[in-house]
Design a binder for this molecule. Sequence first.
Ligand code: PLP
Length: 366
Amino acid sequence: MQVPLLDLKAQFAGIREEVLSAVTEVLDSQQCIGGPKVAELEEAVGRISNCKFALGVASGTDAILNCLMSLGIGPGDEVITTPFTFFATVGCIARVGARAVFVDIDPQTYNINPTAIDSAVTGKTKAILPVHLYGQTADMDPIMAVAKKHDLAVIEDACQSISSSYKGKKAGSIGTAGCFSFFPSKNLGGIGDGGMIVTNDEQLYEKLFIMRNHGEQRQRYYHKFVGGNFRLDPLQAAALLVKLPHLDDWSGARRKNAAYYNEKFAGTAVQTPYVRGDCVSIYNQYVIRLPQRDKVFKHLQEKKVGCAIYYPVPLHLQECFADLGYKPGDFPESEKAAFEVLALPVYPELTDQMKDYVVENVLEAL
Ligand SMILES: *Cc1c(COP(=O)(O)O)cnc(C)c1O
């Protein structure tokens, strides 16, 4: 037996004809930039996220980058975020010339610890960029309270958490803007790169819209700002429109798989994911925690059980951010998590036998 970390072919098998016909429709129309598929997807993602505005972009990274640029964040500004995230979150802050100010995580949820944010705010702080890691939203109420107190923007990096919720509110709809990624391995993945920004702020939406197309406002070749080419490919939109109606079922199947694992790991040395009572996770990843992580990782690889470490190096310790001046020990919870977390296969098409094989081998390694 072997169990991959993710099996996109299994998902594709069920929607193959629909995807091919949707993609063919775009090709036949030769509307290769923008067009009705992009508009339809924006409408649909705005609706499921409970946001008035949605803007298709080329990737989750471009979603974050466009938000920072459109909010006018740049050199001299500070953005508060977590060091325990995918590189793009912090890479975008650096790319606009702003400074990332890190706040450690809550060791249970792996999301930014809101109680430590207020003391990280300075006169230069312009925004808070919480990340909804592994499919669960950060604790947004206290984050929004700090933001309100200091008049800061809040950009939700919801790239791993589309359609998850916090106290009944959808990820991406709580802050100033929310960013989604359609990278193929995400819960809602395209057939290549893609992303979306959602917001309820009309003025911000207008700016995001302009910045998506090189800052060109209304009149062609007249540029009000320096933006980028952040456009979403209509082929991606076409495929995503086929997949979107399945998202709730897929997320439900992931939750079922997670519950199955939780039960099997109960009473063992494996620490299973903690989901807050007021959050609904979409389990973009199912992440266990164990001090003997490296040993288990090696064993699973030998037994052909797909697994991965998200993420082995917290961002304050990345070579490219050395100029920020952080050092080992600055964010102990993030550093500890980086040594102990391990993501197991949780994709919807897993069978019970496959899950049993995963559990068996994790326990065997221990
Ligand atoms: C995937 C991801 C991104 C970037 O998305 P891309 O579409 O790959 O550019 C940003 N932040 C987080 C937390 C992610 O998981």
